[in-house]
Structure formats: structure tokens, C-alpha cells
Design a protein around this ligand. Structure first.
Ligand SMILES: [Cu+2]
Length: 475
């Protein structure tokens, strides 16, 4: 147990001599104090090896609590979480709470915000659930996420303004029996599409190259199409669906046959409701939608973009034959809501303020060298503070992601939620940058610490497309 006794790492990161705040420094503690506090809610997460049944095929996996996805954790906004992770894996690990502006020393980045948790050890994270929404947690070590370690984290709002009858969580993932570390080694050797032979995954929606890894399975709530989940409801009911892409190398295009979806939240933050036929989810992205259900049996299809396969579930409100897993509803090829069409709800719109700092982050690298990075530099996992990007507390900051590569990248910022495109844009923590595109992400530097910026393709991140955003100590 060492969750709160973090002084050593802060010191080894050089609190007394470093120009940057320590992960448990006074600025970090002051920001944490200022956040709303509810009751302490304790829970325990066991990371362990297991076997999962993906519809008749039993395969080894690493997961939280022995299941894929791990059992969703539900808390209320303002709750002060005290989460103990028991590491029963044969490897060191940690947990990152994706999308939550945690206290910096609870962010779960090994060698940056904590020392890795050794096999057999426990570690306690403490942070406040500051904002309602759909979040999730996963490791931040190498390719561990692709072994099945992920779980939804739902922060409920006691004054929830949305009205609905049912709520479903839909977690999407790409799955292979291969050891992800071997897949990464193949990619680093220059096998440009590991396991894919000469097949290239391509998608116009993603500007070309749609992924590097061949997955034999695409799973929805841990189930392959052969053993699809069945969601039950009554005709006319309004259901809130929380979609989460926990995949490592796959974008999903999602639709419900015979239905439109009303998008209500992006990455946990409310948007002005907008109707769409389909959604595109990059790795790490979440959308909440409301669907008013018809009478019958309907397919929920999550196309693995560019990969000629899909994850699948069935929605049943009445009698009739279930559609086959091969069905491809017309909605998939109709309107797909774009970032531009998303507007933040008034309550979560960023206030206008003069820009204090912009940080240029050119996305660099190629499949051939597998040398993914920012500004030509690959992240050095052993020396995370080697080339940090600096901010000062209180600044309005803009990150300019400039994709000079031939491939899309879902970029993710820890500890903050940004406004996408302009300060009036939707609030998100993860967004796809297409090849040749520039994506601007505005945020307020209000959560001091050392935070990762990285691509959420776990293979790209492991290969080096990561950087650290470091708050300077106040003079
Ligand atoms: Cu990437």
C-alpha cells in the first residue's frame, strides 16, 4: 500500500530542484482541496489473469475481477473515491482513470506519477469524482490494455437532467489470442500490419490506413458475435446507451438498425442534443445517446472501421427472429455525426478568455520505422521528464495537434477536459486527428501536476507517441 505515501517519487522527480511541481506537491494538494468533496466511497479492483469465454472459445486474458469488461464501477459526483488495486498479475501495473481530473498522484502513470505496483502488491488511489459522466479505467503500462484490462467507471448525477427508462453500457474491443508484446515486436520489426499478411485495413472515414493489427474477434461487452449480448426493453422506452471504445487499434462505427440516436454526451460532457444515424468512436472515446425503441428485434452493430468485420448485439423489445451477426444496418452508411456538429451544453461551455500559451505538437512517424512520436521525438518511458511541454497554473492553453503522418491518431490529454476546435467547441478528453489534419484543443491549466498527452492506439503509445505536460512550480 503506498497510494498516499508518494513523497519518495515526488522527491525523486526532484521536487526541491525541479522547475516542475511534484506529483504530490503543495499546488497539487491545494487544487485537490478546492474540489467538491462528498463521502468517501471505497472499492477494490483485482487485476488478475483469467480465462474468458468469447462465445464457445475460451482464451487466456488479463482482466479486472476476472471478467471482460471488468464490472462497471458506479459512484456519485462529488464522491471521494478510495480505490485499492490488488495486483495479482505476473507483471507490474497501475491504473489510469481515463477522463477524470484526478489528483495528479492518482493518475496511474508508472515512473511519472507513481512507481509501478509490483506483482502481489496492493495500491490505493484517492481522488474526487468531479464531474458526472461515462469514464473508464485501464493500465498505463506497455500493451497491457490489449490483454483485456478495462472497466467502465460511471459517475452519476443525483440531479440527472436526462429522462430515460433504461441504461445500457456498451463496451467495444478488438481481441486477439496473440501476446500483444509479440504483436508490438512484429510492428517494431517493420511488419507493417502485424498478423495481417498483405491485407491492409483502409477507411475513407479515417483518411486511409485504418489500423496495424489483425484481430480475429471484435467483441461487445466481452462477447463475440457468435454469443451476442441481448438487451431487453419495452417498445417505446427511452434507453440511454453509454458507448465506450476500449479497443487498442480499432475505430468502431456504431448504429442501431431501424433507429436514430440522439447524442447527449461526448467523453462524459453534455452536448446540445443532436440526432444521428451512426457514431464513429476512436480508441478511448465515449458517447452517450438516447434511443427511443421500436417494437421488435434490432441489431446493434459496431463496424470495425476498415477491417471488414464487426462487433454485434441484439436489442429485443418484441417477438421475432433475431437478425444474423452478418447484418449491416443501412444506418451505418447514413449520417455520422461529426465533431463540428457537436456543441457543448451551456453548463459545460468553456468561458472565453485570452490565450496565454500554445503548444505545437506535430504527430510524427511512420509504419515503416514504427517510430511514432511528437515533434520527431519518441517518448523515453524510462526518463519521462526528459522533454516536457511546460504550462503555468491559471493559463489558457491551446494544444495544436498537427498530423504529418499517413495515419489517424486518437489523441488523449490526462487530467483535463479540453474544448475541441475552439473554446466554444464540445468538451472532450480524446479526439481523432486525421492524416494531414490540424486539431486544436483548448484547456485551462487548473489541475497542477505532470500529465500525459498521447495517442490512444496502445501500440503507437508504446512505440513513443507520448509526451508530458508539466506545470511549472510557482516562483
Ligand atoms: Cu497513433
Amino acid at each position: 500500500m503506498g497510494g498516499l505515501a508518494m513523497g519518495t517519487l515526488g522527491a525523486s522527480a526532484g521536487y526541491s530542484t525541479s522547475p516542475f511541481v511534484a506529483t504530490d506537491g503543495p499546488e497539487v494538494l491545494a487544487a485537490d482541496e478546492a474540489r467538491s468533496r462528498g463521502p468517501v466511497v471505497e472499492f477494490r479492483v483485482e487485476a488478475r489473469t483469467s480465462e474468458v469465454d468469447l462465445g464457445g472459445r475460451v482464451m487466456p486474458a488479463w482482466c479486472y475481477g476476472g471478467a471482460i469488461p471488468g464490472t462497471p464501477v458506479r459512484v456519485k459526483v462529488g464522491d471521494r473515491l478510495k480505490a485499492t488495486m490488488a495486483n495479482r498479475l505476473p507483471h507490474e501495473t497501475s491504473i489510469h482513470w481515463h477522463g477524470i481530473p484526478v489528483r495528479n498522484d492518482a493518475d496511474g502513470v508508472p515512473h511519472l506519477t507513481q512507481e509501478p505496483v509490483a506483482p502481489g502488491a496492493d495500491y490505493t488511489y484517492q481522488f474526487t469524482a468531479t464531474h458526472p459522466g461515462t469514464y473508464w479505467f485501464h493500465p498505463h503500462t506497455g500493451t497491457q490494455l490489449d490483454r483485456g484490462l478495462y472497466s467502465p467507471l460511471i459517475v452519476e448525477d443525483p440531479n440527472e437532467p436526462l429522462v430515460y427508462d433504461n441504461e445500457w453500457i456498451v463496451v467495444l474491443d478488438d481481441w486477439t489470442e496473440r501476446d500483444p508484446d509479440e504483436v508490438l515486436a512484429d510492428l517494431e520489426k517493420g511488419m507493417t500490419h502485424a498478423g495481417m499478411g498483405h491485407t491492409r485495413a483502409t477507411s475513407n472515414l479515417l483518411g486511409g490506413d485504418a489500423g496495424n493489427v489483425q484481430y480475429p474477434y471484435f467483441i461487445l461487452n466481452g462477447r463475440s458475435p457468435a454469443d451476442a449480448a441481448v438487451f431487453q426493453a419495452k417498445p417505446g422506452q427511452r434507453v440511454r446507451i453509454r458507448f465506450l471504445n476500449a479497443g487498442s487499434d480499432t475505430v468502431f462505427r456504431v448504429a442501431v438498425g431501424g433507429h436514430q440516436m440522439q447524442v447527449t454526451h461526448a467523453d462524459g460532457y453534455a452536448v446540445v442534443p443532436v440526432q444521428t444515424d451512426a457514431l464513429l468512436l476512436g480508441m478511448g472515446e465515449r458517447y452517450d445517446v438516447i434511443v427511443t425503441l421500436g417494437d421488435g428485434v434490432f441489431p446493434l452493430v459496431a463496424l470495425a472501421e476498415g477491417k471488414n468485420d464487426a462487433a454485434f448485439a441484439i436489442i429485443r423489445t418484441g417477438g421475432g427472429e433475431a437478425p444474423p451477426a452478418s447484418v449491416r444496418p443501412a444506418e451505418l452508411n447514413r449520417h455520422i455525426v461529426s465533431y463540428r456538429q457537436l456543441k457543448p451544453a451551456a453548463a459545460v461551455e468553456m468561458q472565453s478568455k485570452l490565450l496565454d500559451r500554445s503548444i505545437r505538437l506535430q504527430l510524427t512517424g511512420s509504419m515503416r520505422g514504427y517510430n511514432w512520436g511528437f515533434n520527431g521525438k519518441r517518448f523515453d518511458h524510462a526518463k519521462p521528464l526528459k522533454n516536457p511541454y511546460e504550462v503555468v497554473i491559471g493559463e489558457r492553453v491551446r494544444l495544436d495537434f498537427i498530423n504529418t503522418t499517413g495515419m489517424f491518431h486518437p489523441v488523449h490529454l490526462h487530467g483535463h477536459t479540453f474544448a475541441l476546435g475552439s473554446p466554444a467547441g464540445p468538451r472532450k478528453d480524446t479526439a481523432i486527428v486525421l492524416p494531414g489534419q490540424v486539431l486544436k484543443a483548448y484547456f485551462d491549466a487548473d489541475n497542477p501536476g505532470l500529465w500525459m498527452i498521447h495517442c490512444h492506439n496502445v501500440y503507437h503509445a508504446a512505440a513513443g507517441m507520448m509526451a508530458v505536460l508539466a506545470y511549472r512550480r510557482e516562483a
